[in-house]
Ligand binder design. Structure first.
Ligand SMILES: Nc1nc2c(ncn2[C@@H]2O[C@H](COP(=O)(O)OP(=O)(O)OP(=O)(O)O)[C@@H](O)[C@H]2O)c(=O)[nH]1
Ligand SMILES: [Mg+2]
Length: 367
């Protein structure tokens, strides 16, 4: 993947959050420099800034309560001293435990859900690229059979990421696609199977039924796989994203959030609201439309970027931790498209490796 894109993560994040930051930072400057002592007016204005930054009323209230306690405990009087306290306590609240990414290292199925246009397909593509770069064998399932162009869109992402894709004809049962994709994942010994789903405006009952069906198939056909359900939310929609997260959490066992479009929003604070009100971690953020514009959520960097705090310095050598495995020859893959008839519906597959003669043969839809 584009080596010239090696701009530091923090810098890209800062760029992505520039609109959110501008509104919060201006407010912070005015109160942390404008007030000499911490008093009720100060707290009130701080509250307003946090709410305007879309951090949400509940989250803001708990953040402020926590801050007030600490200020009292530590006998802090000057606003600038409590700025650091405030930011540190938000960071603490936002930290995502590394066990939350367990699915990346297990045989897993990742189900990506969310309403229309939030960035599901794009995120599936980016996530596949990220995992592929880590040396994982990834298969995508195009289980959005609702929209005719959805399969093509995901196929393009499969090409970009250099991974394989299983799909069905428009109108096919999404469950049948998942069934075939599971069969393929097992046959190919895939590490991660990522399923894109339809984002049409579901009513809750339809959504529940569809998800239940998909879960049942995964459960029955692939019980050994670790199941991860990620809800994609559009960061530009602010509080509405929070409402969606809550609704999905009611019908599915949601393990995490992918928060997209943070490059074009003044509402990045919503990440904090989701974490504090729903207790669902934001695991990834989307900061653009390109394949490497998906980042693992990093509380320190995110909060620093949101509040306009300069990182001490970008550590010149990142201890080689992140990208080592990514440089494995990912580009030598060849493209091979084929169509296979299968019990009345067409399955399209795309094999990343020409040498892998082990491509799919027949997978039979049950009953
Ligand atoms: N700027 C920006 N655009 C994004 C990001 N993620 C997705 N998009 C754009 O959002 C639009 C919708 O993305 P899709 O991935 O098609 O969304 P979807 O949820 O799959 O949509 P449906 O399948 O129609 O429900 C596309 O134009 C994407 O390029 C992001 O992080 N930043
Ligand atoms: Mg889509």
């Amino acid at each position: 993947m584009a080596e010239e894109e090696k701009v530091g993560f923090f810098k890209r994040l800062v760029k992505g959050l520039s609109k959110t930051r501008a509104s919060i930072v201006a407010g912070f400057d005015s109160i942390f420099l404008g007030y000499d002592v911490i008093d009720d007016d100060f707290y009130e204005e701080l509250e307003e800034i946090l709410i305007m930054g879309d951090i949400g009323i509940n989250a803001t209230t708990s953040i402020l309560d926590n801050l007030k306690d600490k200020v009292e405990e530590q006998h802090i009087r000057r606003p600038l001293e409590c700025k650091e306290l405030l930011i540190n306590s938000i960071k603490e609240q936002m930290r995502v435990d590394s066990t939350e990414y367990e699915f990346e290292n297990r045989k897993s199925v990742v189900l990506v859900i969310g309403v229309n246009g939030v960035g599901k397909t794009t995120s599936v593509g980016k996530l596949a690229g990220m995992l592929k770069d880590q040396g994982k064998r990834v298969i995508m399932a195009a289980a959005d059979t609702f929209r005719a162009a959805a399969g093509e869109q995901l196929t393009e992402w499969a090409h970009r990421a250099g991974v394989e894709i299983i799909g069905g004809q428009p109108g096919a049962d999404p469950g049948s696609v998942v069934f075939d994709a599971v069969a393929a994942a097992k046959a190919r010994n895939a590490d991660v199977l990522i399923c894109d789903t339809a984002g049409r405006l579901h009513n809750k009952k339809n959504l529940m039924e569809e998800l239940r069906k998909i879960y049942r198939i995964i459960d029955r056909e692939y019980p050994e796989a670790y199941l991860e359900t990620l809800v994609v939310l559009d960061g530009t929609t602010g509080q509405n994203a929070l409402v969606q997260a809550r609704e999905f959490a009611e019908v599915a066992n949601v393990n995490g959030i992918i928060l997209t479009k943070l490059d074009g929003t003044a509402k990045g604070g919503i990440a904090i609201a989701i974490q504090s009100e729903l207790d669902i971690p934001v695991k990834y953020i989307g900061v653009g439309e390109k394949i490497d514009d998906l980042q693992k959520f990093n509380a320190d960097e995110f909060v620093n970027a949101l509040f306009g705090i300069e990182e001490p310095e970008e550590t010149p050598a990142e201890e080689g931790a992140s990208s080592e495995s990514g440089s494995e020859e990912a580009s030598g893959s060849s493209e091979k498209e084929e169509k296979e008839e299968n019990g009345g519906w067409t399955m399209f597959t795309w094999a990343a490796d020409e040498d892998d003669e082990n491509a799919y043969s027949e997978f039979n839809w049950p009953d």
